[in-house]
Design a binder for this molecule. Structure first.
Ligand code: FE2
Length: 204
């Protein structure tokens, strides 16, 4: 299969006013698209030409191909990020809610931990809610690094690269993170990921 740009699961203004149509146009149509284009160009004519995004990420990591790792991991991370967000109100499933209470004490405590992880993460990267063998954890990864490579099951992510929020709120990352945490987390998606128990797969 050829790696493609996964369509946004909502309209370009579908996360407004918290994330603007202009941000999504550039973030999805330029940043994410560029990562996809770089992957397609890099694997053309190689034994990875028909590989999945996950196979390319793993091969690039194992073979020390940093540019291919960066573009393929960023392709995966952005696809996962679009599905992590939704303007439609949702709530964790009963099973996921119980796991949140067990790990963090309460839903609000989880949001506090996610906010701290996302806001305090130095420079570019990703904040994640993950399932680590039955225990939920909040972690962050740098640059293009992706959570599932360390063996955990990602449930949600927040992009904390500046390109995710600079158009909307300039340098105020805390404002962007608060907007996401308070209005955009897709708990239906997180609950599906938790129930399945294995990492989400980038759409073919
Ligand atoms: Fe991004």
């Amino acid at each position: 299969m050829t790696v493609t740009l996964v369509p946004l699961p909502y309209a370009q203004d579908g996360l407004a006013p918290y994330i603007s149509a202009e941000t999504l146009k550039i973030h999805h149509g330029a940043h994410h698209k560029t990562y996809v284009d770089k992957v397609v160009a890099a694997v053309a004519g190689t034994d990875l030409e028909n590989a999945s995004v996950e196979e390319i990420v793993k091969a690039a990591k194992e073979q020390g191909k940093k540019p291919l790792f960066n573009s393929s991991a960023q392709t995966w991370n952005h696809g996962f990020y679009w599905f992590s967000l939704s303007l439609e109100k949702s709530a964790p499933s009963a099973e996921l809610a119980a796991a949140i209470d067990a790990a963090f004490g309460s839903y609000d405590a989880l949001l506090d931990k996610l906010k701290a992880e996302a806001v305090d993460h130095f420079a570019s990267g990703w904040a994640w809610l993950v399932d680590d063998g039955g225990t939920l954890k909040v972690i962050s990864t740098h640059d293009a690094d992706t959570a599932w490579l360390s063996g955990v099951n990602p449930l949600l992510t927040i992009d904390v690269w500046e390109h995710a929020y600079y158009i909307d709120v300039k340098n105020k990352r805390p404002e962007y993170v608060s907007n996401v945490l308070g209005n955009l987390l897709n708990w239906d998606f997180a609950s599906e990921n938790f129930k399945r128990g294995t990492p989400w797969v980038y759409p073919a």
